[in-house]
Design a protein. Structure first.
Length: 257
């Protein structure tokens, strides 16, 4: 069974996914960061593949992308780093990347490498649903990769149901119509959106992302979904860290405790 499916079969609430950028803050930090995320008590590791034009991301993640690329991170380097990581990391691992660099690497080669190293799923924010269904779904399925689509407050009910029908993992609920970035709190407008989607009784679990940063926002998001994704706030913790392993564990514990 795919690790993502197993996770949601065994844990239905307060699921925490942590996003970080591969090769940040230093090129060889990818595996140490993964190990610290696991030790801290998170449930899913989401690895961002650095890209020069990350359209959905705010300044914090954009900055981490630039630093990682300057450090020498590439798709080839990432798969080299991930070789053998399953000896130490048992959590579900999702790669988040944009379509252009994946296409340049070669979609089938990319899927093959994901399976070889032990990646469980993909998030490709700019992959159109129809293109996925027509060209890539059978490929993803053949390599055992769960694909995740994003929805936002602007996504129609018809579209959400279509995404739910064609998803076999979890749905990424973007909390607001904006780029990524930690916010102080969650608005009434956002809660109305969370309640609307919750009332749809979708078949797939849902994780809320964008603006989740601490115990309060994580707990609020978890009331209306199966859990949440933290990215920008975690990247800031990593960037300012003097002791990567300890600071990561302390941060995650502060969110889930």
């Amino acid at each position: 069974m795919n690790r993502i499916h197993y996770l949601f079969n065994t844990k239905q609430d307060r699921v925490l996914s942590i996003y970080f950028t591969a090769g940040f803050p230093k090129l060889e930090d990818t595996i140490p960061v993964m190990e610290a995320i696991q030790a801290g008590g998170a449930d899913i590791i989401e690895i961002g593949i650095p890209y020069s034009d990350p359209i959905a991301d705010g300044p914090t993640i954009q900055d981490s992308n630039m630093i990682a690329l300057e450090n020498g991170m590439s798709m080839k380097k990432l798969f080299e780093q991930l070789k053998g990581f399953r000896a130490k990391v048992h959590l579900p691992v999702v790669l988040m990347g944009y379509l252009n660099p994946i296409m340049q690497f070669g979609m089938e080669e990319f899927c093959k490498k994901c399976k070889e190293v032990g990646v469980d799923g993909l998030i490709v924010p700019d992959l159109p649903m129809q293109q996925y269904l027509d060209e890539y779904k059978s490929l993803f399925d053949s390599y055992g990769l769960v694909n995740t689509f994003l929805i936002s407050p602007q996504t129609s009910e018809k579209r959400i149901r279509e995404i739910d029908e064609n998803t076999d993992g979890f749905i990424y609920m973007v909390s607001s119509h904006s780029i990524t970035g930690a916010k102080a709190d969650i608005s009434e407008e956002q809660i109305a959106y969370f309640e609307r989607v919750k009332a749809m009784n979708l078949k797939n679990p849902r994780l809320i992302g964008f603006g989740i940063s601490d115990a309060q926002t994580f707990t609020t998001a978890s009331k209306y979904s199966n859990g949440a994704i933290i990215g920008s706030a975690f990247i800031k913790t990593v960037k300012n860290s003097q002791n990567l392993n300890q600071d990561i564990q302390d941060y995650i514990q502060s969110v889930i405790s």
